[in-house]
Ligand binder design. Sequence first.
Ligand code: SF4
Length: 332
Amino acid sequence: MLDAPGKALIEVSGLKMYFPITAGVFRKHVGDVKAVDNVSFTIYEGETLGLVGESGCGKSTCGRAILRLYEPTAGAVRIDSKDVLAADADTLREMRPKMQMVFQDPQASLNPRMTVAAIIGEPLDEHTSLSKKDKLARIYELMDQVGLNRDFANRYPHEFSGGQRQRIGIARALALNPKFIVCDEPIAALDVSIQAQVVNLLEELQDRLGLTYLFISHDLSMVRHIADRVAVMYLGQIIELAPRDPLYVEPLHPYTQALLSAVPEPDPEAEKTRRRIILKGDVPSPANPPKGCNFCTRCPKVMEICRQTEPTFHEVQPGRFVACHLYQETAD
Ligand code: SF4
């Protein structure tokens, strides 16, 4: 956990990831699914930025676009001052070791036909020229770091539990000494009993190796535990970003208020007075977002201006950013 913000390691500005919708025999372009729509934020060195929101809000797509696992439609992403989106294939290959990803489903992300040693060693084969002996030593070191028994190096993924498989995925992500890791719902596929172990491991590794995380999750309680700051996404846009404690104690955006009202309070006294805000209606399609504020079809505090004019995402208090007309005057 970070005491004070360091230097900006990740700078995302105006990021858009649109997936084209085509129709007819000639596959005419008739629209776009706006999975990520004009997203901007910074992640400081050594911090964990939580990225939360309901399923389908675009948070995983955002994480993948930052690492250029997708080709973003527009915007800029700088990692350690280097432009990821403008990089040619060779430059991107050189940058890859510094930015890695831990995937949601360790079962699906590990090749079932490869041994653990081969899985963890794969990035070393691609990006280093280590001798066989040095490579094995590095694989053992990585297995130690994530709490896997070295004796199991020649076993296959199906021989491990879900939690152990996620440790294999983390070891692979660490192989090239990354600075930045996108953790995409890293505990969502795991039993509740082992989720905390994996989160604790991620925290220990962060402290030991000085890692910076984008922690994508729909689990707001877990994000409260691990994140320094939290960004809330709705329908492809970040609608609030704030340091963790102020966000959880006093959420500003009506969507964040609704989202957090569903999270049980750790303090029994606060839990007694928790009032659940139930949102009406469904999330609109990202292919056809509403005019004005993208939350206006469900917002309990909607005003006339909300249906006409899109609110700007701006700083309303030091370090607190919101996109909502309720706070618009503060920006002027
Ligand atoms: Fe609700 Fe209006 Fe704020 Fe959007 S801008 S969140 S509709 S009050």
